[in-house]
Design a binder for this molecule. Structure first.
Ligand SMILES: C[S@@+](CC[C@H](N)C(=O)[O-])C[C@H]1O[C@@H](n2cnc3c(N)ncnc32)[C@H](O)[C@@H]1O
Length: 356
């Protein structure tokens, strides 16, 4: 008679988590595994399946995904530091990832390039940014066609005509937002404006209209077709949500790594830049976020959060030390790009706060 072992016994034998064993069973990857009641039983002589996540990593490791927009507060230059803190423990690595303030997704795309998570959830409060993620996921062919058309019209123009084209496109984009026009056209204009506007800013007025002036680029890449197609493929299993970060709580559990990158707490009153949307992210919002961190910490999630370090300008300012006194706080060096006073750009500290 065939002997069986429980999922717990298999997990111990194969040195993987019990949850991973259940996933392998439900994916029919263990010959002869059966559900009895609500438990899996596995033939005692079953072989440990090859980790498909490792194969996926092997297959895709040469595809390097990049953010499809420049984004204020983008974490491109902090990736190395952030990745040092991503728990990565072979088969015991966390299967779920949530990035509720995704923005341009610098860390998301770096992680997606390695493809190590089973389930991913991203969100942002910026409706037009989220529309663009969704269009890339669902309509990449139409988007590429629209961008190629824009690129072919814009690049041959002289400076004066480029300027006219940019401001006419900005006007058209604001009309599309008002009239809830088709998703693909809005996404194409969103990417075009991002690639040609001043510093890739996304700033809106009180009515929610995009009001960033044109930037100075000789040959901006408006349609990076390869990257858009690779991103589209990588987003196929990603849940994309438009709205407040707190909604991610339904996805988060003790198998989830959560990266929180909220709008910066401004270093000085004049340096404030928080207008990614009409809502602002003030100190009360930072406190609400800290409560959310406590809640997901209680759920057992691994949480990592980044923010500006107020002690760059005021050594006495211990706002985040007070707010996150329960957690580990590390200072890391970064170059701040957004400051009205350009001579204040340079190396400053950022904070990495984590519960593990
Ligand atoms: C610092 S940026 C994130 C940058 C991102 N890590 C990157 O690499 O590009 C913060 C993002 O949070 C979004 N945001 C602001 N308030 C939010 C909220 N209440 N819920 C979800 N997202 C929000 C903004 O639209 C912005 O895209």
């Amino acid at each position: 008679m065939l002997n069986y072992m429980s999922a717990k016994e298999a997990a111990e034998k194969w040195n993987i988590s019990q949850r991973r064993v259940s996933i392998l069973c439900s994916e029919n990857r263990i010959l002869g595994a059966m559900m009895v009641g609500n438990m899996w039983i596995i033939p005692a002589n079953a072989e440990k399946p090859i980790d498909k996540r490792t194969i996926r990593y092997e297959k895709s490791k040469y595809i390097s995904l990049k953010p499809f927009v420049k984004w204020v507060g983008g974490k491109g230059q902090l990736i190395g530091e952030l990745e040092k803190h991503i728990p990565n423990d072979g088969d015991r690595a966390l299967p779920k990832y949530a990035e509720p303030f995704v923005g341009g997704g610098a860390l998301l795309f770096s992680l997606l390039s390695k493809n190590t998570f089973d389930e991913i959830y991203i969100s942002d409060i910026n409706t037009e940014l989220v529309n663009t993620y969704q269009v890339i996921k669902n309509n990449v062919d139409e988007l590429v066609a629209a961008l190629v058309e824009i690129q072919d019209s814009f690049l041959p123009l002289n400076d004066e005509n480029r300027k006219n084209y940019y401001y006419a496109s900005r006007e058209e984009y604001n009309q599309l937002i008002l009239n809830k026009y088709t998703a693909v056209q809005k996404a194409a204009l969103f990417i075009f404006l991002n690639k040609t506007c001043f510093n890739g800013l996304y700033r809106v007025n009180r009515k929610g209209q995009f009001n960033v002036p044109m930037g100075a680029y000789k040959k901006p890449t408006i349609c990076d077709e390869d990257n858009l197609r690779n991103v589209s493929e990588a987003l196929q299993n990603v849940t994309i949500y438009c709205g407040d970060y707190s909604k991610s709580k339904t996805f988060i559990d003790n198998a989830t790594l959560v990266y929180l990158d909220p709008p910066y707490r401004p270093l000085t009153e004049t340096a404030s830049f928080t207008a990614y949307s009409v809502d602002c992210f003030d100190d009360n919002e930072q406190r609400r976020l800290a409560k959310f961190v406590d809640e997901i910490n209680e759920l057992g999630a691994k949480v990592i959060l980044s923010n500006s370090d107020p002690q760059n300008v005021n050594k006495e300012d211990d706002f985040f030390q007070q707010l996150y006194s329960k957690y580990r706080i590390k200072k890391v060096e970064a170059t701040r790009m957004i400051n009205r006073n350009s001579d204040k750009r340079g190396k400053i500290n950022e904070l990495l706060i984590r519960n593990y």
